[in-house]
Design a protein around this ligand. Structure first.
Ligand SMILES: Nc1nc2c(ncn2[C@@H]2O[C@H](COP(=O)(O)OP(=O)(O)OP(=O)(O)O)[C@@H](O)[C@H]2O)c(=O)[nH]1
Ligand SMILES: [Mg+2]
Length: 314
């Protein structure tokens, strides 16, 4: 049986060699200060600056470190996915490796989970120490995600978050979806999502890995996340519904064209409505087929019948 501990701190890292010793010492200090049993799970994502060597060295000094290193760079989501799978803590934290997030927030966030009943607590970098060309896109991003998801968080992208264990064990992060973990959690049934204002520091060492390309991929993932969470289990509701509407619209138009032909002798094909009707019927059938295909693929999917059970009495 797996041994349970108080907290897991999952740290995805990519080329952060200078920051690691300070980060580990800091987490260790906070956890000891609160007498918490803890583990630090470090996921080195194909770093090329010797980060893995630093992790191995730190392991000599801190037994609480558990770590894996990927053969190449897979991205932050992949790192979090593996970290979540390994985590044994009752409360699981994620934290950036670059010392911009403060481990001092751990005790308060843990209390919010354990005592105030939150499933997920997201950090909010209210006072940010980043250049303006990063803050504004971030504001726009957060606004969009708030509208799309209905989750009232100010700062989806904050690396510092705390989760009830069950949450990280039941969501699947991939692509650039780490930004949308609150949405994934919400649709997995964990509704108590809170936020805590956290301290944010300037980057001390290393360079930012943030870029426009990641932002763009992130937006595409937002569409996937919203779609999957709404219709992932039953694609036919979307495609079948739209397909039926389209088909009906086309069908009604065809009937109208025929009636007009026989009553006032209007032209059959030589009018815009004919082409609109044709397109609508074709699209309707196509959408319906897409829905069927979705359902057929779904039948084979491993997660088809996996549900989150809140409690059970036997
Ligand atoms: N595993 C993994 N971690 C990454 C990757 N890119 C960034 N990270 C980590 O994610 C955290 C945040 O990355 P940053 O580059 O600091 O991103 P940011 O905080 O939005 O940007 P800055 O504020 O400019 O530093 C850091 O701990 C990085 O090491 C990646 O491709 N894989
Ligand atoms: Mg950073």
């Amino acid at each position: 049986m797996e041994q349970k501990i108080d907290i897991s701190v999952v740290v995805p890292l990519y080329n952060e060699v200078e920051s690691l010793p300070e980060l580990v010492a800091w987490i260790d200090r906070v956890a000891r200060g609160e007498s918490l049993s803890y583990e630090i799970i470090m996921i080195d994502d194909g770093s090329t600056d010797g980060s893995w060597g630093a992790v191995q060295e730190l392991k000599q000094q801190y037994a609480a470190i558990r770590a894996i290193s990927f053969v190449r760079n897979y991205g932050k989501s992949a790192a979090l996915y593996c970290g979540f799978a390994m985590a044994r803590g009752e409360v699981v934290f994620t934290m950036d490796a670059d010392l911009q997030d403060s481990p001092d927030e751990i005790p308060a966030m843990r209390r919010m989970i354990l005592e105030e009943g939150y499933d997920l607590v997201s950090g909010w970098k209210k006072e940010r120490h980043d250049p303006a060309d990063k803050r504004w896109p971030s504001k726009l991003f957060n606004f969009t995600v708030r509208c799309a998801s209905g989750i009232k968080l100010h700062d989806f992208n904050c690396g510092l978050k705390a989760y009830r264990r069950k949450v990280v064990k039941s969501i699947e992060v991939y692509g650039e979806m780490h930004r949308y973990i609150p949405i994934l959690a919400k649709y997995a049934g964990f509704k108590r999502i809170g936020e805590k204002v956290v301290k944010h520091y300037e980057r001390k060492y290393g360079v930012s890995k943030f870029g426009w390309e990641r932002m763009l991929k992130g937006y595409i993932d937002l569409i996937t996340v919203s779609f999957m969470s709404r219709f992932g289990r039953s694609p036919m509701y979307l495609f079948g519904g739209l397909g039926t509407l389209m088909f009906l619209a086309g069908f009604v138009a065809v009937v109208w064209i025929i009636v007009e032909k026989f009553t006032i002798g209007a032209p059959l094909t030589n009018q815009p409505l004919f082409y609109l009707a044709l397109t609508a019927i074709l699209l309707g059938v196509q959408l319906f087929l897409a829905g069927f295909l979705g359902e057929m693929i779904n039948r084979r999917a491993a997660e088809r019948n996996s549900y989150q059970i809140d409690s059970q009495i036997e």
